[in-house]
Design a protein around this ligand. Structure first.
Ligand SMILES: Cc1cc2nc3c(=O)[nH]c(=O)nc-3n(C[C@H](O)[C@H](O)[C@H](O)COP(=O)(O)O)c2cc1C
Length: 198
């Protein structure tokens, strides 16, 4: 079994991080690999914003926690029940504690410097593949992550001053997972449930 397969099988979402940082070049090199993802008509409909500035992280945390407050008020019973094993709540200290946040933006269309618009194709599928590749590389580099998806998320466009053709896709919280974090006790489906050979 390859090292990568073993590492991917051990990957888990961390919701507590050490404050310890590391060279930003490690994050850049992982993004550089992800940009080789297959994507619709090679339009590469993505922007990866790497946030390390403590003030910007603080702003993102403040807005996220306000949104979580509202989100929990309108959460369905079923969704609330599904979240129980994950032990999550409205407080998101990891957004400030983790050394890097990669805020991924999806291009809904292309916009050149003169404001001319052109199409992108299958941006959701394309960015999902690129994000998956990015998570795999970060995992290979022994960096722990959380895929964090505040909803609604348009505050990220405003804080990071992204152009109007870019919509927030997800925040990848990156760092060294806290040794004290109790990983939720969850299981994965069996191979026979998810693999069908014809
Ligand atoms: C699209 C997507 C959105 C997610 N959003 C959140 C989130 O907002 N907050 C959170 O704590 N975890 C979030 N997660 C993490 C999942 O809860 C986690 O991946 C799942 O419970 C499986 O746990 P594992 O990653 O440790 O295997 C998200 C994962 C995905 C793929």
């Amino acid at each position: 079994m390859s090292d990568l397969i073993n590492k991917l099988k051990q990957r888990r979402s961390y919701r507590e991080f050490e404050t310890e940082s590391f060279d930003i070049e490690i994050i850049i090199s992982a993004i550089e690999a992800a940009k080789y993802a297959p994507n619709g008509a090679n339009k590469q409909p993505w922007t990866f914003c790497v946030v390390k500035d403590p003030e910007i992280k603080k702003q993102i945390r403040k807005e996220s926690e306000a949104i979580e407050c509202d989100f929990y008020k309108r959460l369905s019973k079923e969704w609330a029940n599904d979240l129980v094993p994950l032990n999550v709540d409205i407080s998101k200290p990891f957004l400030e504690k983790a050394p890097y946040l990669i805020v991924i933006f999806k291009h809904t269309y292309e916009l050149d410097q003169d404001g001319n618009k052109s199409n992108v194709y299958f941006p959701d599928k394309s960015i999902g593949i690129a994000t998956g590749m990015l998570i795999s590389v970060l995992t290979d580099l022994d960096i722990q992550i959380l895929t964090y998806t505040p909803s609604p998320d348009h505050f990220l466009t405003e804080i990071l001053k992204r152009p109007k053709n870019e919509k927030p896709y997800m925040i990848l919280v990156c760092g060294k997972g806290s040794k004290d974090y109790s990983l939720p006790n969850i299981t994965k489906k069996s191979n026979s449930e998810i693999i069908k050979i014809y």
